[in-house]
Design a protein around this ligand. Structure first.
Ligand SMILES: [Zn+2]
Length: 336
């Protein structure tokens, strides 16, 4: 009897043990296959290694920030609303194509990695995720004579890049974009801290100065300026009669303001941009009597693709693939 119980226990142990042995070897062999793939992978195989299935994201859940409603849309229908909200339709077709590809890539990256919103994949707020506008509202904002032509360009941009995304080493990239780089893009660590990405290097683009987004000015009285800083830093001591009461003390490699000294404080360029509502961190200032005048170059954080830079490149004959590869270093454009 005791022997039977003993055999039964051995039997039960084996039953539990065998599947785990099997599954372990299964996982192990899978890992080997993956390693093999990584060594000789073609672009298509690289995409297969991505931890998602494109067909899973054939529709996306879009959160409308104004009324908190969630709308489910086919991905490319959603992208029509993004491209038409994010880039002027009078930009070159190849620039719009680049924007569509960047927007699709950004959308998939956000769905896979960000999880910013509980019941939605992405929202329509450009300061949080990506701008979006409905076709109806978009058409209403265009002059009637341009509606058909403009909408055709937007559709062409999404269709030309259908199923394509930007990858780096087989993974969908975090495709940041902005309005105008002022001639040179910024690296992400200078804006958000943390580490840099190999595909987001600082690159130069000519022709950015030909756009209205290139330069802007903000004028504040000395008192207004001081009050704005005091709202964030109650410990500010600022005496305008002191020597150099305000002084830019450090620049980033792309020549944007890294640190500015205001009285007794050192404030980052990024924070100063936010406090004063400047269009970028590429700014200079002069004190003129009772006023302080900030002259700003470029528009946006400066990371990734510059939209006006994309248009400028397109005007000089670049296609959308060349534009994307100009702004994102070492990337591939792949079909998924
Ligand atoms: Zn969002």
């Amino acid at each position: 009897m005791k022997k039977d119980i003993f055999l039964f226990i051995i039997f039960m142990i084996l039953i539990f043990l065998i599947p785990s042995v099997f599954s372990h070897s299964f996982l192990f062999s899978n890992a080997e296959v993956k390693k093999e793939n990584q060594i000789n992978s073609t672009e298509e195989e690289k995409v297969e290694e991505n931890p998602y299935d494109y067909s899973q994201h054939a529709t996306i859940k879009l959160l409308h920030k104004d009324n908190q409603s969630v709308e489910e849309l086919p991905l490319d229908t959603y992208l029509l609303g993004v491209v038409s909200a994010e880039m002027p339709a009078n930009f070159e077709q190849e620039a719009l194509n680049a924007q569509a590809l960047v927007a699709r890539t950004y959308t998939l990256y956000t769905i896979i990695n960000s999880h910013k919103h509980e019941n939605a994949d992405i929202c329509d707020d450009s300061s949080c995720c990506q701008a979006w506008i409905s076709k109806e509202n978009r058409l209403a904002k265009w002059e009637e004579s341009l509606r058909e032509e403009n909408w055709n360009k937007i559709e062409k941009a999404v269709n030309t890049t259908k199923g394509k995304v930007i990858t780096y080493e087989g993974k969908v990239i975090d495709a940041f974009f902005h309005s105008n780089s002022g001639g040179i893009t910024e690296t992400p660590a200078e804006v958000w801290g943390g580490t840099n990405y190999p595909y987001l290097q600082s690159v130069e683009t000519s022709g950015e100065d030909g756009y209205s987004q290139y330069s802007s000015e903000v004028t504040l009285s000395k008192e207004e300026f001081k009050n704005k800083i005091l709202e964030k830093h109650a410990d500010l001591i600022l005496d305008y009669n002191a020597e150099n009461p305000i002084e830019i003390t450090e620049y980033t490699d792309s020549n944007r303001v890294k640190t500015i000294k205001v009285g007794n404080l050192n404030i980052s360029g990024v924070e100063m941009r936010s406090i004063l509502g400047l269009k970028s961190t590429n700014f200079n200032f002069k004190i003129d009597g009772d006023n302080i005048i900030f002259s700003v170059i470029g528009y946006g954080h400066g990371v990734g693709m510059s939209q006006t830079g994309a248009d400028s490149l397109a005007k000089n004959g670049s296609n959308y693939e060349e534009i994307v590869k100009h702004f994102y270093t070492g990337v591939e454009i792949v079909n998924i």
